[in-house]
Design a protein around this ligand. Structure first.
Ligand SMILES: Cc1cc2nc3c(=O)[nH]c(=O)nc-3n(C[C@H](O)[C@H](O)[C@H](O)COP(=O)(O)OP(=O)(O)OC[C@H]3O[C@@H](n4cnc5c(N)ncnc54)[C@H](O)[C@@H]3O)c2cc1C
Ligand SMILES: NC(=O)c1ccc[n+]([C@@H]2O[C@H](COP(=O)([O-])OP(=O)(O)OC[C@H]3O[C@@H](n4cnc5c(N)ncnc54)[C@H](O)[C@@H]3O)[C@@H](O)[C@H]2O)c1
Length: 453
């Protein structure tokens, strides 16, 4: 016998939790199914604990800058404080009772277990089967993609989860992958005196962003003592009981370290959800949706599983659209032209919209500019720690910005104005005649607008 409900939400990460709670508050009979922790990757093993680490690492780095600007400061790094804060304040020692209670208070029902589709509008978890009158929302997120390097699978390698949960820092760590996770954690661990080496397969770090972003990331990581190896791939991985031995492709001595963090991207596992029961292809990498997040009749998908950007803000944005659609309320289609992303290194490396390469590949007539933050008054006053730049990409035929990178102190915050400009397609000509507060970092944007060529 199946239980009849209005909506089943499969997976309660940031997007799924929002959908389940909001629809329940709207009066629908909602069942949310979660196999681990309500809240998903972001609060327990992702954004929140990693940003707590970064806050701590940045404090240490700032203290290191005191000598050149303000006198003397001696700091003693203590990872115990970070690990304690992650346990006490961020994750409640990986206990989701508060989140579960929050869903219940909104009227949603939580079912713990691993769910899978067993028909259109139908989900089974353990012995229970739910039939959803309005439909099912797939929000099962992603998990680390582990490369098929010989030997790796048999070693006790770390993923982001082990790194977030560690009570003690290793003395040395190899990081496979120089994307967002790799560079953020490499910098933090290095600032806590761990000897870090990043091994990135592409010819630069943050390879999906502007080349200048990758160059900057490499420069600042090196300044923190990180060894950065680009165009480097692991050929063989082993563990001798005390540490890792990694042979790279080509000649050279193997790399050795106490820990190995694998940060080579994430992927969704559609086969595990038996998506074919709802008419989807289980071998696909992502669930494709229309602009209202519909993946089929009575089926919606949101978050990492859609492949539209593995970010909490994408999951929440899509969740809002799915909620509206399920409630039958009209609203605009999902629009990713102004998708922002922030890598929380110091300096923060943030971007929105297209890179120059992507714009040129679309055969757009492009004007660009790039100005260092240090060329602004504020950047110059800031002194040490003022690395960064503003890069703008303009569609010259339409006279609007279609992409931008904001790297620098508070680069993610400075991005906001550029995000608005790309999203709202504000003419460059209007942006050039706006008043920019003095002396802010974002005055570099004004200068960069004037330098578009
Ligand atoms: C180290 C790290 C740092 C990050 N930092 C940031 C950041 O600073 N900013 C940012 O925007 N993003 C960041 N992200 C990405 C962000 O965490 C994800 O994009 C976001 O969590 C995705 O949300 P989601 O709703 O798709 O689901 P997820 O958070 O992936 O959650 C999906 C949930 O579904 C559950 N589930 C899966 N399968 C089933 C099943 N069959 N049955 C029941 N339940 C199931 C899982 O247990 C999980 O709880 C970071 C990620 C990592 C790993
Ligand atoms: N600040 C943030 O918003 C933030 C922070 C962390 C993670 N995230 C999200 O989490 C997702 C996962 O992060 P990630 O860093 O694992 O993935 P990523 O896709 O950002 O980067 C993975 C990197 O690993 C490299 N790589 C892949 N296979 C390799 C191999 N065999 N050897 C060496 N290098 C290899 C890739 O070239 C790429 O540069 C990202 O897509 C990101 O959206 C976001």
């Amino acid at each position: 016998m199946s239980e009849q409900v209005d909506v089943v939400v499969l997976g309660l990460g940031p997007g799924g939790e929002y959908v389940a709670g909001t629809l329940a508050e709207a009066g629908l009979d909602v069942v949310g199914i979660e196999k681990e922790l309500v809240g998903g990757e972001c609060p327990y093993w992702g954004c929140v604990p990693s940003k707590m680490m970064i806050r701590a690492g940045n404090l240490l780095a700032e203290a290191g800058r005191v000598s050149s600007l303000a006198g003397g400061a001696e700091v003693t790094p203590d990872w115990g404080r970070v690990a304690g804060r992650i346990r006490g304040e961020a994750t409640d020692d990986w206990n989701d009772q508060i989140a579960a209670d929050r869903l219940a208070a909104k009227g949603g029902r939580l079912v713990r277990g691993t769910g899978r589709l067993t028909g259109p509008r139908q989900v089974t978890v353990g012995p229970r089967t739910f039939r959803a009158r309005r439909g099912v929302v797939l929000a099962t997120g992603s998990r680390p993609r582990i490369p098929t390097v010989p030997g790796l699978a048999a070693t006790p390698y770390w993923t982001n989860r082990d790194a977030m949960a560690t009570r003690e820092l290793p003395t040395s760590m190899l990081v496979l992958g120089g994307g967002a996770i790799g560079v953020e954690l490499a910098q933090v661990f290095a600032r806590f005196r761990c000897a870090v080496t990043v091994v990135e397969g592409q010819d630069r770090l943050l390879s999906q962003e502007e080349p200048e972003a990758g160059e900057l990331a490499e420069k600042v990581l090196r300044a923190d003592g990180v060894t950065v190896l680009t165009s480097a791939r692991a050929r063989q991985v082993g563990h001798d009981g005390t540490g890792f031995v990694v042979h790279l492709e080509g000649e050279g001595e193997p790399l050795r370290a106490e820990r190995l963090l694998v940060a080579t991207g994430r992927h969704a596992d559609l086969a595990a959800l038996s998506v074919e029961a709802a008419g989807l292809d289980p071998s696909a990498r992502t669930v494709r949706t229309d602009g209202q997040m519909r993946a089929g009749e009575g089926l919606w998908a949101i978050g990492d599983i859609t492949g539209d950007g593995s970010f909490t803000h994408v999951s929440m944005y899509q969740a809002e659209i799915a909620v509206r659609d399920i409630l039958g309320r009209p609203g605009p289609d999902a629009d990713y032209r102004a998708l922002p992303r922030v890598t929380f290194t110091d300096p923060e490396i943030a971007a929105v919209g297209l890179t120059e390469r992507q714009a040129r590949d679309q055969r757009l007539r492009v004007r660009t500019s790039l100005l260092p933050i240090a060329s602004s008054t504020r950047g110059w006053i800031h002194g040490r720690g003022n690395e960064g730049f503003i890069k703008l990409i303009e569609d010259a035929d339409r006279g609007v910005l279609i992409g931008a990178t904001s790297a620098g102190p508070a680069g993610g915050e400075v991005l906001y104005g550029l995000n608005v400009a790309v999203h709202a397609e504000i003419p460059v000509e209007r942006l050039q005649h706006m008043i920019y507060a003095y002396p802010t970092f974002h005055r570099t944007v004004e200068a960069a607008l004037g330098a578009l060529r």
